[in-house]
Design a protein around this ligand. Structure first.
Ligand SMILES: Cc1cc2nc3c(=O)[nH]c(=O)nc-3n(C[C@H](O)[C@H](O)[C@H](O)COP(=O)(O)OP(=O)(O)OC[C@H]3O[C@@H](n4cnc5c(N)ncnc54)[C@H](O)[C@@H]3O)c2cc1C
Length: 408
């Protein structure tokens, strides 16, 4: 007799868990509180779904325990993800920076191929069906639904996700279910979240993008650094570079102040940039400083940058001389500002924290607190960098937990 398995949550990890459990021969029911499957998958990657990355490795993940993450990724790395999705019928493309997307450019295709495979395997999918309570009695699990009905099964896979984006199903309910069964929860904080700045000058830069390197520091200690696109917004910073430093910045902001250092020319060392500026001044020195920076920096960035660093935008570049050019060079490579805090959960793409990894078996993702309870996805105390790492972990952990849950 094959076991019966309840999958709670029809997001990324729940879809993967349902598929693996059904392929293992179990009888599956997926309970999803929302109106559709994979709501975050549909919204991911700006509607294109950045579902994995060429550079999958434990160092791209944060949270409780990298050895734990390594154990999960060892069975499902970048190559296996490609084979898995191609096996589901999804054609992929890899962008030059390593991010992997459906070739058709539509996140919906990802949910559609799962849906087709789950239908072929006869999986029972129940939408608008939230679980409010889980209990174990006489060797069986009982899930009590929001509307009061009870459902029994041999195994349960908890795939309720994290607290980010409550408008797409995020919340702390999954942590509550896990805690009710004896699990400890590392408090959730927003990760991959835009950051507010203390200074108001940033408003004037809203909408400007630049390729930068960004460091977050607290009391002279480096918290995190990232290189990539930065988007200035009316409140502060967003875009991949800001999202990638946000996790550590948000944790540190809870205890003190956090400063950012922005390098507008990360591809140049300070010496090379200075050389470049000297040559440029030799050719274009008669221009005002604003004109001198036009063509190096986008849009209104030169105005705000010069003002913030005490340069006159109307001064001629040649008036700077060597010491002035060095000061300009250093400012371009180390523009400092203070962070005020994260944007709200509604804007976070992931949550740091979750179910403590020491209470879960990394080989099967079975709970060490309750038998035949499996946990997967963002509910666990693991979060990835931006670039497809979160979804990759959701697939990897969902497949592992689902397969284990289907074994008697
Ligand atoms: C806007 C946005 C864009 C993103 N873009 C990317 C990207 O491009 N690449 C990337 O790697 N990651 C991205 N992420 C992160 C990624 O979507 C998540 O890490 C991933 O979806 C987590 O999968 P999960 O299965 O753990 O949780 P989810 O996908 O959140 O699924 C959990 C599901 O469980 C349901 N649920 C919760 N509690 C219950 C309950 N009690 N009963 C029944 N159902 C319940 C929820 O409704 C939800 O559908 C993005 C996230 C957001 C919000």
């Amino acid at each position: 007799m094959h076991p019966t398995v309840i999958i709670i949550g029809g997001g990324a990890s729940g879809l993967a868990a349902a598929l693996a459990a059904a392929r293992g021969g179990a009888k599956i029911v997926v309970l999803e509180k929302g109106r559709s499957l994979g709501r975050k998958v549909l919204a991911s990657g700006g509607g294109r779904c950045n579902l994995s990355n060429r550079d999958i490795r434990p160092e791209r993940y944060h949270g409780g325990n990298r050895v734990f993450v390594q154990s999960i990724l060892s069975g499902f790395g970048a190559g296996q993800a490609r084979e898995f999705f191609e096996g589901l019928g999804l054609m992929l493309i890899e962008e030059p920076d390593g991010r992997v997307f459906p070739r058709c450019g539509r996140a919906k295709a990802v949910v559609d191929v799962f849906h087709a495979a789950l239908n072929e395997l006869g999986v029972d999918i129940r939408l608008n069906t939230g679980v409010k309570k889980l209990e174990r009695a006489k060797g069986q699990w009982k899930a009590t639904l929001d509307r009061g009905e009870g459902l029994a099964a041999d195994s349960v896979v908890l795939c309720c996700g994290g607290a980010a984006h409550p408008q797409l199903g995020g919340g702390e309910g999954g942590y509550g279910l896990a805690a009710s069964l004896g699990h400890s929860i590392v408090p959730a904080t927003p990760a991959l979240v835009p950051l507010r700045m203390k200074e108001s000058w940033v408003k004037r830069l809203a909408g400007i993008r630049a390729e930068v390197s960004l460091r977050a520091e607290s009391e002279g200690r480096l918290l995190s650094k990232a290189r990539g696109e930065l988007l200035f917004t009316a409140y502060g910073i967003s875009g991949p570079a800001a999202l990638d430093i946000s996790r550590e910045a948000v944790l540190a902001l809870a205890h003190g102040s956090v400063a950012c250092s922005l390098d507008l020319f990360p591809e140049f060392s300070e010496e090379r940039l200075l050389e470049f500026l000297k040559k440029r001044a030799a050719g274009l020195g008669r221009r005002t400083l604003k004109g001198f920076l036009t063509g190096m920096l986008p849009d209104t960035l030169p105005d705000v940058f010069l003002e913030r660093h005490g340069f006159s935008a109307h001064e001629r570049a040649e008036a700077l001389k060597e010491a002035g050019l060095l000061r300009l060079c250093r400012a371009l490579k180390d523009w400092r500002f203070e962070l005020a805090g994260p944007r709200p959960w509604q804007e976070a793409m992931a949550s740091a924290g979750g179910v403590s990894l020491s209470e879960v078996d990394p080989r099967t993702l079975e709970s060490k607190k309750a038998p035949r309870l499996f946990l997967a996805g963002e509910l666990l105390d693991v979060d990835g960098d931006s670039g497809g790492f979160s979804l990759h972990f959701a697939w990897a952990s969902g497949l592992l937990a689902g397969a284990a849950a289907s074994r008697k």
